[in-house]
Design a protein around this ligand. Structure first.
Ligand SMILES: [Zn+2]
Ligand SMILES: [Zn+2]
Length: 141
């Protein structure tokens, strides 16, 4: 059985051709795409699909915890099929989002535990998002 089908079943997600395609498009991207970018790709293979269907599927995936939804602005989301804790950096010029590997990844779990212990909140997710300018934009001056 394909990995994503196992993942869907584990989280009680009904497997539909649309959902499979949306998940595949997202998991094959390293770019932390927006809903619109995912929609553009999915549409090529499934022309009748609507933006709303793609949006709802992604919200469902995020709710079930099989994808990560990054809030990068007011009502602006980017999606990531890599749910292993890791930090991100966004270029303020071109809005490219990249993973930051290394020490910061473990940090997200430490923050979660510390806040769970020291506050009245139960932390459900931790996003570390840094802002900067990428190499390409820097070179452009
Ligand atoms: Zn840039
Ligand atoms: Zn990521």
């Amino acid at each position: 059985m394909e990995e994503h089908i196992k993942l869907f079943q584990k989280h009680n997600l009904r497997v539909t051709p649309q959902r499979e395609l949306i998940y595949k498009v997202l998991s094959s991207s390293k770019e932390h795409p927006t809903v619109e970018a995912i929609f553009d790709e999915v549409k090529k293979l499934y022309p009748s699909i609507s933006l709303n269907t793609v949006y709802k599927a992604l919200e469902m995936f995020a709710h079930k915890g099989i994808v990560k939804r990054l809030i990068v602005g007011i009502n602006i989301y980017r999606f990531d099929a890599n749910i292993y804790p890791h930090a991100h950096i966004m270029c303020m010029e071109c809005k490219q989002v990249d993973d930051i590997d290394g020490k910061l990844s473990g940090f997200t779990e430490d923050i979660k535990q510390e806040v769970n212990i020291n506050s009245d909140y139960e932390v459900t997710s931790v996003d570390i998002l840094l802002y900067g300018s990428c190499k390409k934009c820097n070179a452009r001056g």
